[in-house]
Design a protein around this ligand. Sequence first.
Ligand code: MEV
Length: 433
Amino acid sequence: MRFKLNRKMTKTISGFSKLSKEEKIEWLSSTFFLDKEQGINTLKQYWNPNTELQDLHDDFIENTISNFYLPFGIAPNFIINGKEYVVPMAVEESSVVAAASLVAKFWSKRGGFKAEVISTTKVGQVHFLFKGEKTEIENYFNAKKEELLASTDSITKNMRKRGGGILDIELVDKTDKLENYYQIHVTFETKDSMGANFINSCLETIAGEFRNDAIQIVMSILSNYVPECVVRGEVSCHVNDIDKKTGLEFAEKFNQAVQIAKVEPYRAVTHNKGIMNGIDAVVLATGNDFRAIEAGAHAYAAKDGSYSSLTDCEVKDGIFRFWIEIPLAVGTVGGLTSLHPLAKLSLEMLENPSAEELMKIIAVTGLAQNFAALRALTTTGIQHGHMKMHLTNILKQLGATEDQKNEIETYFKDKTVSHSAVVEKFNSMQKLV
Ligand code: MEV
């Protein structure tokens, strides 16, 4: 073996990244796994026999030892602005895809989803310290502004051809928050790309051009807070179209649940988590950065000073309206979108949307997910559906036959599902055979 264990700390290793994949696994399993062979087998079981494909995935990150699968599902029957979509979703939580599909079907019979992109501006900042007079840095910035823009010309050339580029560049005084702290705040249009690399390259170039002996550049980085890259999705119908008898009652209780999430942060976090179940699944399936989306969405949910719901609702003159407004900085070109074969395929099944179209698709999937959760919560309760899935999983684990499954599912229709109760019922049926 080429690796050396540190004598004192047996789990510390130097030169790990230089080891081959096999050697990395060898070290890992001999250091941590109780059953070394089984550990190795489990890791290797997930290697793809297509070595070209495996190499591609190995190279996405460092120290790759295997693949970590997530189910890749689809939710059909979405109608957005009159167009039909099959939405790809990568997610591990049961019920998420089923809920999206059911709600998509439900709204497809009530006019579908409407969505519009409100804005597409992205942000990046050069953070720096300056100890002199404010007017001095203002004068320097104003004199330098054109040069700062010009310094990025070669980077922005292609983006400008596509109608994007730098929108504005301004100096921001933050010294009331932190001593000597200023920013160059830059806004961007990145068209169909998410634009992280583009933005960061522009910022680092601007920082290099701006730097002088009196300016201490601290860092240059895009912001994942994008309150001006926002999309809105909506559904609406007459309450009688939800249900002739109970439509109004349903709509009002549903609305009440949304209003609670608007004012109560404890509830708002869970409410928004349900929205992100749908959002993240599509973001991931299309090769976008779900951590960026998560961070930006939650910051936006707190933009008015208190963490609140990302969706809103209204029941007025017999019309039920339910909508979402969320910042989504996503791309449909570049990055993983073209590298990951499944991300590419996801975009293909969405008929290769523009970034704006993808924003709409993602937003309404989040809205659908929230509708499903609130509908369940305000009617049957969430456990009803979850436990049904739970029951299916337990029966699968027990190896129940189709007949046994049917009988047990009927038996639990009006009973509380628990693992022990299902096992007990299953065993009692086994005894009878
Ligand atoms: C579970 O993943 C998501 C829910 O908790 C969302 C909600 O409570 O609105 C069901």
